[in-house]
Design a protein around this ligand. Structure first.
Ligand code: SF4
Length: 473
C-alpha cells in the first residue's frame, strides 16, 4: 500500500466507561441512557464538577476554571454527563490530560487557555459578530440570504460551548456578558415567524435553531415544523441540534422518535427535505449512543443527518483530526460531514481562532480522502456577507491578517444600499498568528486608538444598541 499523508483505518466506536469518573461510579447503564437522568445530572457549576472528578483534578484546575467563569467566559457552564464522559475517554483523567483534551478545550474552557490581556480579543471582535439581530425580519428570524432564513426558536441548549457564536443571546449571563433576551413570548415569536414566511414566498429553506431545538418541548417543535410544512414555498427544513451528540439520549426518547417519524412522513409526502444538523468538533465525541441517535433519525425518515463543526485551534486544527472526525461521523454514525466554520470573531476567542491561511491549507489537505458528497467545505462566515468557502477570498493581506470578500446578494438591511454588491467585506486573522511586522502594525493602531479592548467593547456595545433600536422601530 502507498504511504499517504493520512492513513485511513476503520475504527469501532466506543462508549467511554463513565464509572472511571468518581461521581458516576455507581451510575447504571439504564440511568445513563435516560435523557431525564442526563439532564438532572448536568454540571452547571464548580461544585458539581468537583462532584464528578473529585481529587482526580488538582485544585489548580478548579481555580483556573473559576477564574475563567468569573472573568472572560462568554458562556456559563452546562455539560451533560454524556459530554463530560467523552473528555479523556480512554483513561482516568489527570489534570494534564484534561488540559490537553480537545473536547475539554472548547466545552470547559479555563483562564489559562486564553491569550493574555488585550490579546485575548481581536479589536474587531463583537458580541453579535455576524450581525444576525440586525437582520431579524421578526424577532429571532434572521433573513440574511435571499432564499434562506434562520429561525432562532429559543435561547437555551442542553450544553453550552465556550466558543458559541450566539454568545450574545444564548445561555445564562456571565460576568463578562449580560445576555440579550427575547421580548416576545415563544408562541407569539413562532406565530410571527410563520406569518413572515407565508408572506415571503422567496424563502424556500428554513434552519430551525436556537439555542438547540432539543430544549424545546417536542410538541412545540412539532407544531412549528408542522406549520412550516404547510407553507408551499418551504422546501428545505433543517433542525439544528448539537444535542444529537451532547445529549443523544434526548433524540432516542420514544416520544421524540415518534414525533420525528410523523414530521418526516409528512415532509416526504409533500416533497420537502427534512434534515437534522448537528455540531461535532472532535472524533472522540462520536460514540455508539451518538450513532444510535443519528440512526434513529434516519430510520424516522429524515433525509439526512449532517455535521457542521467549528474549526478550533487545539481541538481539530490538523488534517488528521479533521479526517478522523469525518470518518467517525460517516462510517460510524451515518452522519454526513458538511461544513467546518472558522470560529467567529467573538470576544476572548483569539486562542481558538485560526488564520485563513491555515484554513485554506486544511481544506487542501483533507481533499481526496472522503466521498465528494461528504467532503466538508471549510467556510468563513464573513460579517454582513455570510458563508464563503475559504478559497473564495477576493484578496488577502497575510501580513496584517486582513481578508477581503465580496457578495452577490442583498440582505434585508441593504435595500437602499446601492454599493452593497460592490463593497469588499473584511475578516481578520488572529493577530498572534501574524508575522512581527503585522503584529507591530496592529500595535500601532492600538496605540492610536487608545487601547483595542476598549475599542472592541465600544464597537460591541454600539452594535448591540443599534440592533435593539432596530427592533423597536
Ligand atoms: S449548542 Fe450551538 S447554540 Fe448552543 S452553545 Fe453550543 S454552539 Fe451555541
Amino acid at each position: 500500500m502507498l504511504e499517504q499523508p493520512y492513513e485511513y483505518s476503520a475504527h469501532e466506536l466506543v462508549e467511554p466507561d463513565w464509572t472511571r469518573l468518581p461521581g458516576f461510579a455507581e451510575v447504571t447503564a439504564e440511568q445513563w441512557r435516560s435523557a431525564q437522568w442526563q439532564r438532572a445530572h448536568c454540571v452547571k457549576n464548580l461544585r458539581q464538577l468537583r462532584g464528578v472528578y473529585g481529587d482526580l483534578l488538582d485544585e489548580s484546575f478548579y481555580a483556573d476554571l473559576e477564574a475563567d467563569q468569573a472573568g472572560p467566559a462568554t458562556m456559563s457552564l452546562l455539560l451533560p454527563p454524556q459530554m463530560l464522559n467523552t473528555m479523556v475517554p480512554g483513561h482516568v483523567p489527570t489534570t494534564a490530560a484534561m488540559l490537553a483534551d480537545p473536547v475539554r478545550r472548547y466545552m470547559l474552557p479555563v483562564a489559562s487557555d486564553r491569550l493574555d490581556g488585550a490579546a485575548a480579543s481581536h479589536p474587531y471582535a463583537a458580541r453579535d459578530s455576524l450581525h444576525e439581530h440586525e437582520m431579524w425580519a421578526v424577532e429571532g428570524l434572521t433573513h440574511r440570504y435571499p432564499t434562506k432564513v434562520l429561525a432562532e426558536l429559543l435561547s437555551t441548549c442542553p450544553q453550552y460551548c465556550g466558543h458559541c457564536t450566539r454568545m450574545d443571546l444564548v445561555g445564562n449571563s456571565t460576568p463578562a456578558v449580560p445576555k440579550l433576551r427575547f421580548e416576545l413570548k415563544p408562541v407569539d415569536r413562532q406565530t410571527a415567524m410563520l406569518e413572515y414566511l407565508r408572506a415571503t414566498p422567496g424563502v424556500r429553506d428554513v434552519v430551525v435553531s436556537g439555542g438547540d431545538v432539543a430544549n424545546l418541548p417536542f410538541r412545540n417543535l412539532e407544531a412549528f415544523v408542522a406549520g412550516l410544512l404547510e407553507i408551499e414555498s418551504v422546501r428545505d427544513i433543517r433542525l439544528a441540534s448539537k444535542a444529537l451528540m451532547g445529549l443523544p439520549q434526548h433524540w432516542l426518547q420514544d416520544d421524540v422518535v415518534e414525533g420525528m417519524t410523523r414530521l418526516a412522513t409528512t415532509a416526504r409526502a409533500r416533497g420537502v427535505s427534512l434534515a437534522v444538523h448537528t455540531h461535532v468538533n472532535a472524533a472522540q465525541s462520536v460514540t455508539p449512543l451518538v450513532a444510535e441517535a443519528a440512526q434513529a433519525m434516519l430510520a424516522a425518515g429524515v433525509r439526512d443527518v449532517r455535521n457542521q463543526g467549528v474549526l478550533l485551534r487545539g481541538v481539530n486544527d490538523s488534517a488528521t483530526r479533521l479526517l478522523d472526525l469525518c470518518f467517525a461521523l460517516l462510517d460510524g454514525a451515518g452522519i454526513t460531514p458538511y461544513y467546518f466554520y472558522m470560529c467567529d470573531m467573538i470576544p476572548s476567542a483569539e486562542h481558538w481562532r485560526v488564520s485563513l491561511a491555515l484554513a485554506q491549507t486544511l481544506q487542501h489537505d483533507i481533499m481526496g480522502y472522503l466521498p465528494g458528497f461528504a467532503t466538508p467545505r471549510i467556510v468563513c462566515d464573513v460579517p454582513y456577507v455570510g458563508k464563503r468557502w475559504v478559497h473564495q477570498v477576493a484578496e488577502y493581506d497575510r501580513e496584517r491578517g486582513i481578508s477581503y470578500w465580496t457578495k452577490n446578494y442583498r440582505t434585508g438591511i441593504e435595500r437602499s444600499d446601492e454599493a452593497a454588491l460592490d463593497r469588499r467585506y473584511t475578516y481578520y486573522d488572529p493577530i498572534a498568528t501574524l508575522p512581527d511586522s503585522g503584529r507591530q502594525w496592529w500595535a500601532e493602531r492600538q496605540r492610536r486608538a487608545g487601547g483595542w479592548i476598549a475599542a472592541a467593547e465600544v464597537r460591541a456595545a454600539r452594535s448591540r444598541a443599534a440592533s435593539v433600536a432596530d427592533q423597536l422601530n
